[in-house]
Write a protein that binds this ligand. Structure first.
Ligand code: KIV
Length: 256
């Protein structure tokens, strides 16, 4: 049965949500057949697939292209697409136009990185009929401001409170779920307990309503995966071995 934003909301306190990124038809098929409830066409496509250093280089056109590729695999999972860097700070018609393009490419909803400052925009999008997933804590699109990736709410109580306030602000704005990235475990717990919508964690410990991972990290296809993302297979090694075995066969058997 097709997962909807309503199903995702109702999973709170009843079912752990399993969420994975997908960037094309192949990863959509693997994640769906493996049982994912939600597929995210993440702007991590930039560093995972497209060879960029981070997600800042990812454009709306790239997101539309990859969202359409994922959507061509007819999945029962909820398909969410990231609103890329800068776009959510455009004027409202600009943001709505960007979200419309992602929905028309096949997404069931969009994800927007940002907290209290973006809550008014999120509320207007929700009122316009755009299902929105929030994203608080580490916001990789801010990597240039942050100077790197870090844990949130581990040492600094003002930071703890500000991320908690971000989560509550975007919940009030009407999001159907919130991704909490790199939250200290106590912060993840506090946010999960305060929210009525599910908190989907990444690098935030087990006390969340579900987890999301970059599929290439899970499958062992990433060269230097983050410490929290334990690979459950070593497909990168297996792929290199397959190519080397075929290369040896070709060299041995081809007529010269
Ligand atoms: O772009 C991304 O992959 C994300 C993560 C939360 C998985 O936003």
């Amino acid at each position: 049965m097709k997962v909807t934003t309503k199903t995702i909301r109702q999973a709170k306190r009843t079912k752990a949500l399993v969420c994975l990124t997908a960037y094309d038809t192949v990863t959509a098929r693997i994640a769906s057949h493996g049982g994912a409830d939600l597929l995210l066409v993440g702007d991590s496509v930039g560093n995972t697939i497209l060879g960029f250093e981070n997600s800042v280089s990812v454009t709306l056109d790239m997101m539309v292209h990859h969202t359409a590729a994922v959507a061509r695999f007819k999945t029962d999972a909820l398909l969410v697409a990231d609103v890329p860097f800068g776009v959510a700070h455009d004027d409202f018609p600009g943001v709505l136009h960007a979200c419309t393009r992602l929905l028309q490419a096949g997404a069931d909803g969009v994800k927007i990185e940002g907290g209290t400052a973006l809550a008014p925009v999120i509320a207007r999008l929700v009122a316009a009929g755009v299902p929105v997933c929030g994203h608080v804590g580490l916001q990789p699109q801010q990597v240039r401001q942050l100077g790197g990736y870090k844990k949130f709410g581990a040492k600094d109580s003002a930071e703890f409170e500000s991320v908690q306030a971000d989560a509550l602000a975007v919940e009030r704005a009407g999001v159907f779920a919130i991704v909490g990235e790199m939250l200290a475990p106590a912060l993840a717990r506090a946010i999960r307990d305060a929210l009525e919508v599910p908190l989907i964690g990444i690098g935030s410990g087990p006390d969340c309503d579900g987890q999301i991972l970059v599929i290439h990290d899970l499958l062992g296809l990433t060269e230097n995966p983050p410490g929290f993302a334990k690979p459950f297979a070593e497909l990168g090694v297996a792929a290199v071995q397959a190519v080397a075995a075929w290369a040896a066969t070709v060299r041995d058997t081809s007529a010269r």
